[in-house]
Design a binder for this molecule. Structure first.
Ligand code: 0O2
Length: 224
């Protein structure tokens, strides 16, 4: 004979389950947050050191983001990844994201080189959308790296997606992102065409600024 549970007991079991799930999610995301903090410190050290030596830095600004649980679930579903922490950790490499915005195209490559040359930064994948832009005009250098996060329980190598881009690339990408979501990923053709034209203009601006920068650097007196 089945014994009926008092409503209060069922409710407190539900609350307990929810609490446990919340804790598991928190623990799962925590390591990505730590990996971002490590990488942010590395970038800030580079920025400060270069600024100290040269009087200016190639890094304009740095930002980080952790994917939301909703976004992780959506991507796991899209990719047919089992929804458990082990499968997700083994297949999704952009749960933690670091974006570095630089002044010039050459800075994007130089800063990436300085960061990835560090012995505790392991490169897993490089996608160079600066050399080879997406069809819509999107440009950025994407590098997936793995950094060791030292926990009380041991070391956890953790992947982070680094996006490196110029101010012009960043301006374009943030507007395109807003438009993309405003139209629920179904951007009207004329807007799409205008965005692609704007990406081309941003690219021309980057190239012009790069060549001016090179000319000033080559032609400057030794003490500058
Ligand atoms: P969020 O919120 O910015 O992180 P996928 O992630 O499935 O699309 P893949 O191969 O994992 O594909 O990644 P890909 O193509 O290297 O791009 C991943 C990230 O780059 C995106 O993350 C964006 O941040 C950025 N990105 C790529 N293409 C575009 C683009 O056309 N326009 C803009 N504005 N950003 C782009 P998320 O997860 O889509 O979004």
């Amino acid at each position: 004979m089945a014994t009926e549970q008092a409503p209060g007991v069922a409710q407190s079991k539900e609350i307990e389950d929810l609490r446990l799930r919340g804790r598991q999610i928190g623990e799962f995301l925590m390591v990505y947050k730590f990996a971002l903090e490590e990488l942010t410190t590395k970038v800030e050290i580079l920025r400060e050191e270069i600024n100290y030596r040269k009087g200016s830095s190639p890094i304009e600004h740095v930002s980080t983001r952790l994917k939301t649980m909703d976004s992780i679930v959506a991507k796991a579903e899209r990719r047919g990844i089992d929804f458990n922490p082990v499968a997700i950790a083994a297949n999704l490499f952009d749960i933690a994201g670091l974006r570095i915005v630089c002044s010039f195209i050459s800075d994007c490559y130089e800063v990436t080189e300085m960061l990835t040359a560090q012995t505790d930064v392991k490169v897993l994948e490089v996608k160079d959308y600066i050399a080879d832009p997406k069809a819509n005009g999107y440009r950025s250098l994407h590098v997936i790296v793995e950094v060791p996060v030292f926990l009380s329980t041991g070391v956890r190598p953790t992947p982070v997606e680094i996006q490196v881009r110029t101010v012009a690339m960043d301006f374009w990408a943030s507007l395109e992102h807003k438009i993309y979501y405003k139209y629920a990923k179904d951007v009207p053709a004329h807007l799409g065409d205008e965005l692609t034209a704007a990406a081309l203009a941003a690219r021309e601006l980057d190239e012009k600024m790069q060549s001016l920068h090179r000319e000033v650097r080559v032609g400057r007196p030794r003490w500058v």
